[in-house]
Write a protein that binds this ligand. Structure first.
Ligand code: CU
Length: 71
């Protein structure tokens, strides 16, 4: 889709397939966040969003779920 940006966050504490499934569905529910993909090996989460989307909603959601953003 036009005008979408892609961001990747490094997430600490993502240890198994259960975590990745949980994170993927939780972030996909967030307003303005789409195409969430997790990479367990690299401990990253990648997603698409509009330029103006405030990414702190993603960071806060992950923190709330007990994960840490390491950048
Ligand atoms: Cu897990």
């Amino acid at each position: 889709m036009l005008g979408l940006e892609k961001s990747t966050l490094k997430v600490d504490g993502m240890t198994c397939a259960h975590c990745t499934t949980r994170i993927t569905s939780a972030l996909n529910e967030l307003e303005g966040i789409s195409k969430v993909k997790t990479n367990l090996k690299n401990q990253t989460v990648t997603f698409s969003h509009k330029k103006e989307t405030d990414l702190s909603v993603v960071e806060n959601k992950l923190k709330e779920m007990g994960y840490k953003i390491t950048k």
